[in-house]
Design a protein around this ligand. Sequence first.
Ligand SMILES: [Zn+2]
Ligand SMILES: [Zn+2]
Length: 228
Amino acid sequence: MSISIHPIQMGLDTVYIIKGESVILIDGGDPHKLNVFQEGLEKASINPKDIQLIILTHGHWDHIGSAKDIKDLTGAKVLMHQKDMKFLDETYPSQPPGITPWGKVIIALLKLYSPLIRIPSFDVDIIVDDEGISLTEYGIPGKVIHTPGHTWGSLSVLMDSGEIFVGDLAMNKFPMRLTPGLPIFGDDIQVVKESWRRVLEMGAKTVFPAHGKSFPVDVMREAVMISS
Ligand SMILES: [Zn+2]
Ligand SMILES: [Zn+2]
């Protein structure tokens, strides 16, 4: 079964529509971006009602912001890891610790902006644990895997054909990074690297980050080796 991949830029976050026998969505974008999402669907000739599942890679505000609006539009189920459910209870979104010096600067700036951010609340239909789940029953040849480190409940989606959608387990976009590599902020960089070592053994070939363009997984092989 082949798949097609349709990215939509929803503010800081790029969300990905994956079309196989059925359609799923990875991530929910910045808040108030439903119109951009609908334009993206039209361009890709995808009917919103065909989307069966919305997988939130993690609970940061720029990945869950429009989840409620998209859920209302599509009727899709929302899936998240149990350890990131806590983000849904926050009045103002918290920001993760900076890892690199530049990451610390970005986080300090984001903290000033946090009180202005409001996330419309929504229900999570499928809460996964560290085992993850197969996507076969959703008509997609792939699986959801637990890849902690950026947050404790971070998920990635690995296709049988080697594409991997990693949320913020890697970054490839200014102002975060100039070249693809490890995240510059997150809960635990050592755990990020452990997740990458597992992913590298699972046959991933092309990395699709939530911030920036896709790139070959060998970049991460080097990044994990150099900085271990
Ligand atoms: Zn994040
Ligand atoms: Zn992010």
